[in-house]
Design a protein around this ligand. Sequence first.
Ligand code: URA
Length: 455
Amino acid sequence: MRMYDLIMKKRNNFEHSKEEIRYIIEKFTKGEIPDYQMSAWLMSVYFNGMTKEETLELTNAMADSGDRLDLSKINGVKVDKHSTGGVGDKTTFIVAPILASLGIPMAKMSGRGLGHTGGTIDKLEAIKGFNVSISEDAFIYNVNNIKLSLVGQTGNLAPADKKIYALRDVTATVDSLPLIASSIMSKKLAAGADVIVLDVKCGSGAFMKDEDSAKELAKTMVEIGNGAGRKTYGIITDMNEPLGCKVGNALEVYEAVEVLKLKDLDNVDFGIKRLLEVSLTLASYMYMGAKKYEGEISNEENPSGKAISYEEARNLCEEAVTSGRALDKFAEFVSAQGGDSDMIYNPELLPKAKYIVPVYVSEEGYIASCKTSEVGMVSLILGGGRETKESIIDLAVGIDIRKHIGEYVKKDEVFAYIHADDESVIKEAEKRLLGAYEISYEKVEPEKIIKFVSE
Ligand code: URA
């Protein structure tokens, strides 16, 4: 086989065999195919796409390029979630303790991430003492013992994806559906969970700006997951404004705790209603998926499985919140990884910025739209994210948005608070934050928060 012929084949829009895909991935990972040939092949994929079979083989080949996590020492069905990335997304801190409190194990590896805020792992470091790099044995022990552990990515998961992504980033081939789907799913398959729930964000703060492309991505990833024997759901959720009110590392942990403290889910502040809805939907699909998977693998020796409906799963997840059990589980998980659980019961103890500055609109009206990625940029300006891998994150800074699409804001009402440690960036942050929003005289309805479910 020669890479030259394979590039020509894809360029001329023919379908690769499984062996050809494996050849490309294995040889490129070993450094035996040069970047210029791989770039030409990626561009051919960008223009001509891939069939379902090619995409599945590409995903499996990338998942096989490094270690696959062995979760067999963990009892029960393992569930995982993945978000395609948005602004203010703190659902993991809500979903994981809900599931763990219901007895479903979550063994989660998360990244640090480049961008407007840190990744899940950075956010957890806002909790004093929290250790994101416990040993593999401690990780497994915690999941078996309290059903939840969350650590930074270790090992050598899908190194082919890492190499290919770096090349896509500099050759304008990131936004190709089969390449995105296989990239995300190769890491999820290598991470070993039996049930995978994908939160595919759609809107101004997401990779996928419109609903049709988000649906197509979700459908492709669900096909890959199910094709690889994992129960997979794709939930398309709105990202036309930040999720919830708070954007920033400690601020997002704070807001997740606020949700876990809710006692009456019918009377929830407008600002966190959408965050609650996304979290409960993801958790319910994860729970339902776990029970379905258990049902499918149950037999006379293992009769535990009993499939349940979405509504039954949803009721259990809601009760996990209102009973306080999910909050207790979050505190237990924090303690088990060396963190100060007082910060969970009393989030006022989380790191606080030096300046908390109210922001007002210059013309009153209804909030009509938001350039969500601009709000992410404000967080970056304040120091809450990383511009390069070496940047140091300020865990205390961020934005607390008090008014959301569809709400009326008066001139003398606080529209948002900026949390800053560096006084010199406040003016610019304020200007960009206000510039990200459009205000209208007419009432505007917010987009539906859950747009579509692919299964
Ligand atoms: N996230 C990934 O991991 N890969 C992509 O290609 C895009 C988003």
